[in-house]
Design a protein around this ligand. Structure first.
Ligand code: SAH
Length: 561
């Protein structure tokens, strides 16, 4: 039973919401002095939720405490209902878990101060994999820093988890048909591909029957089936489509010619005549590579109308290419944050890693390197993913804009999964600082001639000038690279008035952000450096109330002018 105690009207309102959510588990103590209420609740309940300041609760419960093993779990909720603080009995008393549960109901943030090294850990049911067993107990053990043994029977790119070789709790990663034991959770990675063949009109029961029979006899779990695979001609075969729907997995199809090239143990004449490949089930299952666990078998019908074969594919690594945004923490997207925590290996430039180090989960392997090591970073990230790891490769702004995404993907083969997370690129961050300079067609041009010959850059600047595009210059100027910006501005000036607005933004969104609005004629290139972007307006761009505005060209605004 959970005893609920409050002193104020706001506290009573929150208390009543909790009591309404958990009518059978809670008991309200009211109508007597607080000290009496707390004493009674401690005697009668295993847990307390006090809608009081922590100081008050400390004074009230302290005299009643004995030892860790028998003390109640006590959670405090503040007057504003913002925090649910696990105060006493975090582990044995279950207060950490209770704080999280109370937080869920009330929309309060759980505050857990034990085993802080393990916080930011998602529940095991949030990893995106089917999960069986005692999820609550093992998640709690992970959160509370208790030893959880990892038994990975198949390789899969898991996020970093504070696991050990041995422990009272077990996290098992397997596609085998096993019953989770006590204090055990079984994660089901999608490692199995089921190749399926079916005659026209094969009933779904027969298709499903042969698949389930094959899995059962091989001791494999249906929860680990990633998908069904078959030949293009059977893409719409109702029995296959319905079986996939019931298993909750997609159907992948391949051309007969592609399947015919796959070497299989049990080719036969029938499918060759019907669809043009000597094997459908085995070939389709094996096409993506892997180990044949169940060779072709036929369904039970007379005549049999379905075949299947099961393959375990090798665990595919995962490469997330993550843009961190221009600098400010609140311009880092929630998706980027989630990917940083999802990764067990982080690859990036040291100064970018510093920006997000606090977000990483304990156990994340950080591979950082200095400026100039781009090629090495790209190679490392891809190599780690190919080893089956979950890798995040980070970049400032958007990782695809003059950054790591393209060199990394140029290195990557199709044996890894790649996920891109967009970030706010410098041109957009600067645009928001300046006003609305990008309101009409615009381009970005990097003035770095380190990797691009200057005549190519110059041609593009000239084209942008002639096309009247707003231009944002990245990498505008550095020590030893100082003539490019004046040269580029000169080209634009051939097509634009000297009074054309130019915005200069340095360190957009960072603590030392600065910006200036000037003109093509007045810009002093010496005030620009590598931390800066320069945005040059088109012939319609104006300065309005100190802001840089490129008209969108709305008719209703023309009328007003
Ligand atoms: N991937 C990054 C760009 C990398 S190129 C992005 O999408 O933003 C590096 C150049 O980007 C710098 O020389 C500078 O011109 C620009 N830049 C990056 N961050 C910036 C910021 N916060 N403020 C101004 N310019 C920035």
């Amino acid at each position: 039973m959970i005893g609920l105690i409050s002193a104020t009207a706001a506290g009573a309102a929150a208390r009543d919401r909790l009591a309404a959510a958990w009518p059978d588990r809670t008991r309200v103590y009211e109508g007597r002095p607080l000290a009496d209420a707390v004493r009674a609740a401690c005697a009668e309940c295993e847990q307390l939720v006090c809608f009081l300041a922590t100081g008050a609760v400390v004074r009230l419960v302290a005299p009643l405490l004995g030892d860790k093993a028998s003390d109640p779990g006590v959670v405090c909720v503040d007057e504003g209902g913002r925090f649910a603080v696990s105060l006493v009995g975090g582990h044995a008393g279950g207060a950490n878990e209770l704080a999280r549960a109370v937080g869920e109901v009330l929309g309060a943030r759980p505050v857990v101060t034990t085993a802080t090294d393990a916080v930011h850990l998602p529940g095991l049911d949030t990893l995106g994999l089917p999960v069986e067993g005692d999820v609550a107990a093992v998640s709690r053990a992970l959160l509370d820093g208790e030893a959880v043994a990892l038994r990975a029977e198949v390789s899969w790119p898991l996020p970093p988890l504070p696991v050990a070789d041995e422990g009272a709790y077990t996290l098992r990663v397997t596609d085998r048909l096993v019953e989770p034991g006590a204090r055990e959770v079984v994660l089901r990675p999608p490692t199995l591909v089921v190749g399926v063949g079916a005659s026209k009109g094969a009933p779904v029961e027969e298709v499903l029957g042969v698949i389930e029979g094959a899995l059962r006899e091989a001791g494999l779990s249906a929860a680990s089936v990633a998908g069904l695979a078959t030949v293009d001609a059977k893409a719409g075969e109702p029995g296959i489509v319905a079986a996939a729907r019931r298993l909750g997995v997609p159907v992948v199809t391949y051309a007969a010619g592609e399947l015919a090239r796959v070497e299989v143990p049990n080719p036969s004449g029938a499918p060759l005549a019907a669809v043009g490949t000597p094997s459908v089930a085995e070939a389709a299952a094996l096409l993506g590579g892997g180990e044949l666990l169940v060779p072709k078998r036929k369904s039970a019908g007379r005549p049999a109308t379905a075949t299947c074969a099961v393959v375990r594919r090798p665990g595919r690594g995962r490469l997330a290419v993550v843009g961190l945004g221009p600098g400010a923490r609140d311009l880092l997207t929630p998706r980027a944050k989630a990917e940083l925590r999802r990764a067990s290996v982080l690859v990036g430039l040291d100064q970018y890693v510093d920006r997000i180090r606090d977000l990483l989960r304990p156990g994340t392997r950080v591979l950082e390197s200095g400026l100039g090591a781009e090629e090495e970073r790209a190679r490392t990230a891809v190599a780690e993913a190919r080893r089956g790891q979950a890798v995040a490769l980070i970049g400032s702004g958007d990782a695809g804009v003059y950054a790591m995404a393209s060199p990394a993907l140029a290195e990557a083969s199709d044996d890894i999964d790649v996920v891109g997370v967009p970030g706010v690129t410098a041109a957009l961050a600067a645009g928001a600082v300046l006003g609305a300079p990008l309101g009409h067609d615009h381009v970005s041009i990097s003035l770095s001639d380190l990797h691009t010959p200057w005549d190519v850059i110059e041609r593009r600047v000239r084209a942008a000038a002639e096309a009247d595009l707003v231009v944002t210059f990245y990498n505008p100027r550095s020590r030893g690279r100082d003539w490019q910006l004046p040269k580029a501005l000169g080209i634009l000036a051939e097509h634009r008035e000297p009074v054309t607005p130019v915005g200069v933004v340095r360190n957009a969104s960072r603590a030392d952000e600065s910006s200036r609005l000037t003109t093509l004629a007045a810009l002093d290139p010496a005030t620009v450096d590598m931390m800066t972007v320069v945005t040059v307006g088109n012939t319609a761009t104006r300065e309005i109330a100190g802001r840089m505005v490129t008209p969108r060209g709305y008719r209703w605004q023309e009328g007003a002018r």
